[in-house]
Design a protein around this ligand. Structure first.
Ligand code: GDP
Length: 399
């Protein structure tokens, strides 16, 4: 499955290059120049430079890199040709992308409503629906136990009220303030233009290979750049050359600078170098990819601990450790997740591939069994297919 993911990514890249080469030959750096102009007006975040997020590499010499770390991208100089910037694509909605999960639940809910009264079959249907949606046995028992009590007391009178009560229980279970991403640089003034940053926030992305770490990191970078916060990417998965290549493509899409290490090199030194470079450029956020080789658990844990320690050395400051989980693996993914909880202090979950599964209920199991908030949700492979988790919108779309 992991190999398949790599092969898919690699063949995607080949197709992308095949399409891109003739365009570049004809138009030179037009596309990049356009993107810079499109973003320039928006760059108002901390550490903003007049040239735009990742484009400063060409204008200013980068600080000396740690051994084994090189600069991966040299931006193409912009041409003088004027082009209208592309309008930003709309973010996907839960409703539009949760078709499979909704398909599963709505069948059961329809039957429950159609029965016209609450009887033993109602409870069987609800139980089966929640278990099949991967809500988990513990959460299903808790939800149905509460509802049974309210039916017995007369508070809930019929099937429609029962479904409404189930929806609001789910929303209540999933609503937590902790699901917001940490604010970047909230506790300190933004660096003056051209001045180094005294503190650089680091967001670490951890998780098993193939869950969508690199893709998610790329999407977050794209979002940050669009919102005017320049970022530097750290290609901390030095064990797979393909991971670095893939992240470079995302860096290019996001117009962000990237620090890569030699294959098999020390991932901590890559993140360290990225933090140094960010500080010297006045960039206040580093997004760091990490390796997820579960077959060597002890090494993985030790390595993650070290990456975290090194990332926290001033000016670096780890403000998010995002555990990326693949929704299609359902409950199995939870068992794997526990390895990462042992290694690093995880601050939240990114749940990917919710667009391709009926197991939408896994969100409930994550919050309940891992005690972690879901912060972001992946709803596809494109750059915009990532949205903040919103309990009410999510539950609404499921039903
Ligand atoms: P990593 O090994 O954890 O870095 O995983 P990758 O980022 O390489 O992703 C593995 C595969 O999952 C790739 O084919 C991605 O395009 C795909 N992927 C990632 N996120 C999503 C998502 O939210 N939805 C879908 N459908 N595919 C995704």
């Amino acid at each position: 499955m992991i190999d398949a993911a790599v092969v898919t990514a690699a063949s995607d890249a080949v197709i992308a290059i095949a399409i891109a080469v003739p365009v570049v030959l004809v138009a030179g750096g037009v596309a990049i120049a356009t993107r810079r102009r499109g973003r320039a007006g928006q760059l108002t975040g901390p550490g903003t430079e007049s040239t735009g997020g990742g484009t400063a590499v060409a204008e200013r010499p980068a600080p000396t890199a740690a051994p084994g770390v090189d600069r991966a991208l040299e931006p193409t100089p912009p041409t003088a040709i004027e082009m209208t910037p592309e309008p930003e694509p709309e973010a996907p909605s839960y409703r539009g992308r949760l078709g499979k999960a909704r398909g599963l639940l709505s069948g059961y809910i329809g039957t429950v409503r159609a029965r016209g009264k609450i009887d033993a079959a109602t409870w069987d249907d609800l139980e089966e629906a929640l278990i099949r949606a991967d809500v988990g046995v513990g959460a299903t028992d808790a939800l149905l136990g509460d509802l049974r009590g309210r039916v017995t007391s007369g508070e809930i009178g019929g099937p429609d009220a029962l479904v409404d009560a189930l929806k609001s229980d789910l929303v209540a279970m999933l609503t937590t303030e902790a699901s917001a991403l940490s604010e970047i640089g909230a506790d300190r003034p933004a660096p003056e233009e051209g001045q180094p940053a005294r503190t650089v926030d680091v967001w670490l992305f951890v998780g098993v290979n193939g869950v969508g770490k690199t893709t998610t990191l790329g999407k977050v970078a794209k979002r940050m750049s669009r919102d005017g916060t320049p970022v530097i990417l750290a290609a901390g998965d030095t064990f797979r050359a393909a991971a670095g290549e893939q992240l470079s493509l995302w860096a290019e899409r996001a117009g962000a600078d990237i620090v890569r290490g030699a294959e098999g090199g020390d991932p901590s030194s890559v993140v360290f170098d990225a933090v140094q470079r960010a500080a010297s450029k006045g960039v206040v956020l580093v997004l760091a990819d990490t390796a997820g080789r579960l077959h060597n658990k002890v090494n993985l844990i030790e390595e993650l601990k070290k990456i975290r320690r090194v990332s926290d050395r001033p000016p670096g400051h780890v403000t998010e450790v995002l555990l990326v989980l693949d929704a299609t693996t359902g409950q199995n993914g939870l068992a794997q997740a526990k390895v990462f909880l042992d290694a690093v202090d995880v601050s939240g979950v990114v749940l990917t591939k919710l667009d391709g599964t009926a197991k939408g209920g896994i969100v409930v199991a994550i919050q309940r069994e891992l005690g972690l908030p879901v912060k972001l949700v992946g709803l596809g492979e494109g750059p915009e297919d990532l949205i903040d988790f919103d309990a009410a919108a999510f539950v609404d779309a499921l039903f």
